[in-house]
Design a protein around this ligand. Structure first.
Ligand code: ZN
Length: 88
């Protein structure tokens, strides 16, 4: 049996390794802004999170997103992400 290698990334909230496809990606664009990357293919430095509010909150509280991306995350973006996760 052939095992296909699934790309794994660490969630910044619970810090578990999960398949990239199951995580949401936040990207620092070359322009320096931080945005949700719905396609997972945008250029820039990425940070990964489970699509769960709890993981988002933990990551924000521990400032792990800021550290991973090297920039501040606007409160607006966090609110936007919370809204998206709450409805999905
Ligand atoms: Zn998580």
């Amino acid at each position: 049996m052939k095992v296909r290698k699934v790309p794994m990334r660490m969630c910044l909230g619970c810090q578990e390794m999960k398949p990239k496809k199951e995580l949401i990606r936040i990207v620092r664009t070359p322009e320096g802004s931080v945005e949700l990357d719905a396609t997972g293919r945008r250029n820039g430095r990425g940070a990964y999170l489970c699509p769960q509010i709890g993981c988002l909150r933990t990551a924000v509280k521990a400032r792990r997103i800021q550290k991973a991306l090297g920039v501040e995350v606007a409160p607006d973006l966090i609110t936007e992400l919370e809204g998206k996760l709450a409805t999905s």
